[in-house]
Ligand binder design. Structure first.
Ligand code: DC
Length: 220
């Protein structure tokens, strides 16, 4: 079976990374979480008291940002392990803001393309099928209703022992959807040749099995 490139795009908390990780593990592919890279930029700004809404300041600090994704799935920012801290709410909202800046996008997109060259990769994000890898052999646009995404995230938080407020989560997800879909530079949208997958009423195993079928179709 030939090694292909797989793009999974979709709105916040649609379960893209859960599916991408499982499919990558089944296939022995490299998984690249591009959202984590935007989160690193926001985290760096917050940690250095740089206002994420100050575009010039955020763009100016990029030269000091070195992101490493380890094969074990850890995220390093200038050699500090930020895997868990970039998941905090403030960082999620900040990532949605800094990702609207063209220089931030160019900075990260070129690194993502470099990591993806050679194939055998699965990337998830907002612009993978449209901008990062427009030639990807398989493109999935993964969606679920905002209620369903908020419910899943709320349950996940409670299971992890993280304090969680369903209504608050729903509001934040809706705000991020709005930011990500209406920004000028590379907004979230379905690529013309992407396959839309509504996972609202599907289990994780069902989604993985469906994506695996699509991979076999494309790679054989
Ligand atoms: O996938 P995520 O929730 O970890 O992404 C965090 C934010 O980063 C998201 O709100 C928008 C931005 N993002 C982006 O603009 N392009 C990507 N390829 C990935 C994420």
């Amino acid at each position: 079976m030939k090694k292909i490139s797989i793009a999974i795009d979709g709105p916040a908390a649609a379960g893209k990374s859960t599916i991408a990780k499982k499919v990558a593990s089944n296939l022995g592919y490299t998984y690249i979480d591009t959202g984590a890279m935007y989160r690193c930029v926001a985290y760096y700004a917050l940690a250095h008291k740089i206002d994420v809404h100050d575009q010039a300041a955020v763009e100016g600090m990029l030269k000091d940002v070195k992101i490493t994704m380890t094969p074990e799935g850890r995220v390093l920012l200038n050699d500090e392990d930020v895997t868990l801290s970039i998941r905090e709410n403030e960082v999620s909202m900040g990532a949605s803001v800094v990702s609207s800046y063209p220089k931030v996008r160019n900075f990260l997109v070129s690194q993502q393309r470099e990591m993806a060259k050679g194939g055998g990769v699965i990337l998830d994000g907002r612009d993978i099928g449209t901008v990062v890898l427009p030639m990807a052999e398989l493109k999935i646009y993964q969606v679920a209703s905002v209620e369903c995404r908020a419910k899943r995230r709320h349950k996940e938080n409670l299971e992890k022992g993280i304090e969680s407020d369903y209504e608050e989560i729903k509001k934040e997800i809706a705000q991020r959807d709005h930011n990500d879909m209406t920004r000028e530079c590379s907004p979230l949208k379905k690529a013309d040749d992407a396959i839309e997958l509504d996972t609202s009423d599907m289990s994780i195993d069902e989604v993985v099995a469906h994506v695996m079928d699509l991979v076999y179709e494309k790679a054989n």
